[in-house]
Design a protein around this ligand. Structure first.
Ligand code: ADP
Ligand code: MG
Length: 484
């Protein structure tokens, strides 16, 4: 059955604000350290005092150049800061210094990786530098008034705007995850969405499949995880389709995501760009740099997720999906590289253990791979124990649990718990003979053609040896004895 929703296509464009990891602010020497007491990290420039002049932090320029290069984008050797004028209590100057018609980075591309292993190129419209505003604090104390904390005022941000190229919530989630991976690999932003150092606004519209004109869009703010972005877009698309199906019209507006109720709510009508009365900031010269500066930044860049993914596919034979998961953070790819030890270990088995067992265990405890109690060395040693037949793959799960819970060395676990695999054919044969002797009925049934019961005998043998019998030998012996 096709629903009315299937007749529509979703169109999505994302705006991401990424807070830079520079030590000082975009136009002043104030610290950007997180979590300080309110208004302790401010200076006359951040406070918008009369007579002060902003001075550009060149570390922010280098961060933007690196990100632009990673996005295969035009790097503009001349760009201009502009004043974006609006009134808000947490904006002391009455304008935000941003970039408007001459951003530092122009058109680029971000390749997203989807669950089914396919990739798609999403257009990046631009990336510009701007300062953050302060923060209004409304948790009223005894004085019963709102307060303003200006520690955040002037912190450098990159705003990265995408083309309206995404078509599903999943693609939008993949876009944010990939952008986050890239800025973290580059070290220009910590990518922490819960703390707000990466923030995303989702522009969403819908149109009937087969039509080419875009529908009216809404912009949803306040999305603090890739999961919430996907959920908000799915909700917003359905809301818009419902309105259109009832003959209504979409209002272009800014909406807020309510993560408790799983709905978007109207926040305010959308300002048009001219409301901000942008004009070049007279306090700052145009930003100019030469090719040597671009080249230097290129040299300083690490291997990025796309290149890593390629390498994992080519050198280790991983599937596109596995390769993209294992290249999603520097810590993950370093861990994987260390386990595989330059190709000395089976790369696919290693990938499987990391993605299924290790990630599963880490997820349960809400831990990152950096906090893994199982070191890559111990994970590698455990894989060696499987490969040389000391333990079976099944027993390895017990060993792994012990390693994860107690941070132990796999050899020590095998020793302590007596988990060594039994590969002595004579010993296994004796156990099998006893089981066969004790179960004549089942033997008879196999003789009558019920081959499936061989599996039952395998199970009995494993049970009798507490899972330690070498499964290959068990199968070989049982088949020889029972199949005639
Ligand atoms: P504004 O400055 O008003 O936010 P922009 O032109 O910068 O507008 O566009 C913001 C974002 O909206 C971009 O990511 C763009 O891709 C996206 N966008 C534009 N039109 C549509 C549309 N019809 N549907 C979905 N997204 C759109
Ligand atoms: Mg915008």
């Amino acid at each position: 059955m096709t629903s009315v929703y299937d007749q529509y296509e979703i169109v999505i464009g994302l705006e991401i604000h990424a807070q830079l990891t520079t030590k000082s602010k975009l136009f002043s020497g104030s610290s950007t350290e997180f979590g300080a007491d309110p208004n302790t990290q401010t200076c006359p420039v951040d406070l918008g005092m009369p007579g002060v002049l902003p001075v550009l932090n060149t570390a922010a320029v280098d961060a933007a150049i690196k990100t632009g290069l990673a996005l295969r984008a035009e790097v503009n050797k001349e760009s201009v800061f502009a004043r974006k004028n609006y009134f808000y209590p947490d904006l002391p100057k009455g304008y935000q210094i941003s970039q408007f018609d001459k951003p530092i980075i122009g058109k680029g591309t971000l390749t997203i990786d989807l669950e089914d292993g396919t990739s798609r190129d999403i257009g990046v419209t631009r990336l510009h530098l701007e300062e953050d505003a302060g923060k209004s604090v409304h948790d009223f104390g005894a004085d019963n008034v709102s307060h303003v904390d200006l520690n955040r005022a002037g912190i450098p941000l990159m705003e990265i705007v995408s083309e309206p190229d995404m078509r599903t919530p999943e693609e939008a989630g993949a876009y944010v995850r990939k952008m986050r991976a890239i800025v973290r690999f580059l070290g220009v932003c910590d990518g922490n969405m819960e703390q707000g150092s990466m923030r995303c606004d989702a522009n969403v519209s819908v149109r009937k499949k087969g039509t080419t004109e875009f529908g009216t869009r809404t912009e949803t703010k306040n999305l603090n995880s890739a999961r919430n972005i996907q959920r908000a877009i799915a909700y917003e698309a359905m809301r818009q389709i419902d309105i259109l199906e009832e003959g209504g019209e979409i209002v272009q507006e800014t909406r807020l995501w309510d993560a408790q109720k799983n709905v978007t709510r109207s926040m305010r009508g959308k300002e048009n760009a001219h409301d901000y009365r942008y004009f070049p900031c007279p306090d700052l010269l145009p930003v100019r740099f030469d090719d040597a500066r671009i080249e230097r930044n290129k040299q300083e860049m690490p291997e990025l997720p796309d290149a890593l993914k390629e390498r994992f596919m080519n050198d280790y034979g991983l599937s596109a999906y596995d390769a993209s998961v294992l290249s999603s953070s520097r810590a993950t790819s370093d861990y994987y590289d260390a386990v595989v030890a330059g190709g000395k270990r089976d790369a696919k088995i290693a990938a499987n253990w990391i993605m299924v067992e290790l990630f599963g265990a880490l997820n349960k405890q809400g831990k990152d791979i950096e906090e893994s109690p199982v070191s890559p060395e111990n994970m590698g040693k455990m894989l060696d124990l499987i490969a040389d037949g000391t333990i079976s793959g099944k027993i390895a799960k017990t060993v792994f649990e012990e390693m994860f819970d107690n941070g132990k060395d796999p050899e020590a676990v095998v020793e302590e718990k007596g988990l060594k695999q039994i590969s002595d054919e004579g010993a296994i044969e004796k156990i099998i003979d006893d089981i066969i002797a004790a179960n004549p009925k089942q033997v008879e049934q196999i003789k009558n053609g019920n081959d499936k019961l061989i599996g039952w005998f395998v199970g009995q043998t494993m049970q009798a040896t507490k899972g330690k019998a070498n499964p290959g030998i068990v199968n070989k012996l049982l088949n020889a004895k029972l199949r005639s």
